[in-house]
Design a protein around this ligand. Structure first.
Ligand code: SAM
Length: 286
């Protein structure tokens, strides 16, 4: 038999720059809860003062999250309503709070998440890169070997990939993307979203590196990297003439030789034609 408690934990996203991005509902919750658990009290106080909200605050950050979660669970068990906020954006997303959420599940405490600002999703929406299938990787590892290993493991990931990055490591990370993924992979950097110097720029990894290197103001502030996913083999369609040539040559030469000659005659990519021929071998198209 489960015990249910009256307490509620609200997950409240806060703006990632522009204070007008807070929702009416978020303000109402922040006003009416018994306690606000904030990543940084000073930071959240600035937000509350801006909106004339006075309420009780307690800190919950990555250093005290474990102990603090137990304390907050006790408060929730006696019926308190608590709002969880981080410094910016959606709590939990590369911010503290996941231990508390797990415990709420464990103790059957109601969780109400509010929708709101999140840098990853805001950047994705403006990236121009396919966004129906994406994965979120958070910050790339700071150690080069770990970063390279992770990028290597993502080389064939077909979904769009989202990374958070800092100005201190952005050049190294782009360099590693060039080396471990592909120098021609399309990436977009969304920087300082919703703030004065907001910029969104997309290019191949190599061009991005060159562009950033030219001016340090191009990678100042906070940023999100959106990287295009791995594209499966080029599905080039070849003309009837090209395929007819290949078919005739196949009577006299090996597949490799036929492809090589055909590609020269019709000026098409040898590699693509070879892959196409292999794929369609059993269908007797060629
Ligand atoms: N919980 C936050 C969210 O929902 O986006 C993320 C917190 S994480 C500690 C901070 C990182 O988010 C930054 O280093 C940056 O990569 C990204 N970020 C936050 N605000 C941003 C903004 N205004 N523009 C671009 N990136 C931002």
């Amino acid at each position: 038999m489960h015990t249910f408690y009256n307490g509620i934990l609200y997950i409240v996203p806060t703006p990632i720059g522009n204070l007008s991005d807070i929702t009416h509902r978020a303000l109402e919750v922040l006003k009416n809860v018994n306690l606000i658990a904030a990543e940084n009290i000073r930071h959240t106080n600035i937000l509350l003062q801006h909106f004339n909200i006075k309420n009780n605050l307690t800190s919950m950050n990555k250093d005290n999250e474990k102990i603090k979660s137990d304390i907050l669970i006790k408060e929730l068990q006696i019926g308190k309503k608590i709002a969880l906020v981080s410094n910016a954006g959606t709590p939990i997303i590369n911010d503290p709070g996941s231990i508390l959420i797990k415990k709420c599940h464990l103790y059957n405490i109601k969780i109400i998440p509010l929708p709101g600002a999140c840098a990853a999703i805001t950047a994705l929406s403006a990236s121009g890169i396919t966004n129906n299938r994406f994965c979120y990787e958070g910050f790339l590892p700071t150690k080069k070997t770990l970063r390279c290993n992770l990028l290597q493991s993502l080389k064939k990931e077909t979904r769009t990939i989202i990374f958070y990055e800092t100005k201190h490591r952005i050049l190294e990370s782009i360099q590693d993307i060039i080396e471990q993924i592909d120098k021609n992979r399309h990436i977009v950097i969304a920087r300082e979203i919703t703030k004065k110097w907001e910029s969104i720029f997309g290019a191949t990894a190599t061009l991005m590196f060159e562009w950033l290197k030219k001016d340090k103001y191009r990678y100042k502030g906070e940023m999100v990297i959106i990287m295009d996913g791995f594209k499966k083999l080029n599905t080039t369609v070849f003309s009837k003439k090209t395929l007819d040539t290949l078919l005739i040559l196949r009577n006299f030469f090996s597949l490799k030789q036929s492809v090589s000659i055909t590609s020269k005659i019709h000026n098409v990519s040898k590699n693509n034609l070879y892959q196409y021929a292999l794929k369609n071998k059993n269908d007797k198209i060629i």
